[in-house]
Design a protein around this ligand. Sequence first.
Ligand code: NOJ
Length: 526
Amino acid sequence: MQNPLWWQRGIIYQVYPRSFQDTNGDGVGDLLGIAERLDYLVTLGVDALWLSPIQPSPMADFGYDISDYCNVDPLFGTLADFDRLLADAHARGLKLILDFVPNHTSERHPWFIESRGCRDSPKRDWYIWRPPGPAGGPPNNWLSRFGGSAWERDETTGEYYLHSFLKQQPDLNWRNPAVRAAMMDALGFWLDRGVDGFRMDVLWVLVKDDLFRDNPVNPAWKPGGPLHDQFIDLYTADRLEVQDIVAEMRSVIDGYPGDRVMIGEIYLPVDRLVAYYGKSLHGAQLPFNFQLINTKWNAATIADIVRKYEAALPPGAWPNWVLGNHDQPRIATRVGAAQARLAAMLLLTLRGTPTLYYGDEIGMSNGKIPPELVQDPAEKIQPGIGLGRDPQRTPMQWDASREAGFTTGHPWLPIDPVAELDNVARVSKDPDSIWTLYHALIALRRDRTALSVGSLHEIGADGDILRFSRGEGAESVLVLLNMGEVPKEVAIGPATILLSTHLDRPNELVSTVAMRPGEGLVLEIE
Ligand code: NOJ
């Protein structure tokens, strides 16, 4: 591959700012804390950090409800702190990607306050207002993704406004050119400051049906399941008109010097996901590929996913892979500690930009949150059915000191007691730890062009063994992952082991390789 760009070659690391490092003792992480930990990210070897939202917010959805697109919430610091963080990151060769939340604002955003003021407010049409439905209730059957109607009646005017998420998160009307212009300006605000890109929140839901048709019933929904899934998102997501907006965002970003990147949060089947690369690839450079999050964890299924994804990519589109994020149960909880090592090897050897979720590199699993400490509205609205996201948002575990070195105060979510052992200070010195594996995998990926940007061949599953190879020029690397619970011998011809998930057989020459349960190998074919 000729001249790969940083976001193709590089590795992205997601920081959830509330939970990374607190410096002022209020129990919530902040920008100065992230700045303090940049050297850690350099040591780990990643190339870019993506911050979940840092803009002013009443925090009804922990920052995904923004009340000012062009500032920093005092909880996280100031714009000056942000500028310093960005300069410090750049000084270390790290790129910085911000979250951008285009679908909705906070109900406390001045635009919405003005919009709800009266029916003929100049900002009325900035949001989606409808009269009551024929029976006097909500205008149609659209549901909030957190459960309940997506419509909230507003006393002042007797009309309903749309909120695809919480009622504190009114949806913007992207059909209104003034909204589009204002949001493009907000992108410009951060691009002018020098950010290297954006992760666009819920990119596939920005536009809704202009006829406000009811969504069809989902026959697969069962009582007790997520309330939102009662209907299929036919009229409330992935509408064709969204592609224009994606292209416009891309044009704004491309208007700035440097190679800035647009990542899209998109939960759609692959055939629809790839549409977000845009016409002539003038869309998101990285429409997030979440397939490793939802997959059954076995070799045949994963081989199939990789094969179909590669086949679906438009010519020239660059792939990407994700194991977890702040909305999903952690990988170590989903597949267990042993398989989490295999997952790390998979993520860092597949073709495409990997995104790591903070703490996965030290093997963090979901924290246990007692009911009285629950923070996440998703859990409060539908308790006990596994929708809560607090468990994957517990503070980063830096050391074995009080509150794991995260805060000198009282952390906003409880520190997992395993922090006494699973913490950066300890595992980064342990030659056998998952941290050491991540570190070695990242170094190997950097060192081998075949792994960072090479092509992918011969993906397949033989029983529990997932195998594929990566190549670039004369370099060729074979990856074997034993996803099963029994040892297995695999005949491969003469090869040298570059790395095992078990970190104990470097440079071993093999021809038929004995693989332990849960062992993954990266090999160089002789
Ligand atoms: C997706 C974000 O990742 C999630 O945390 C948030 O609740 C919703 N979008 C709404 O903004």
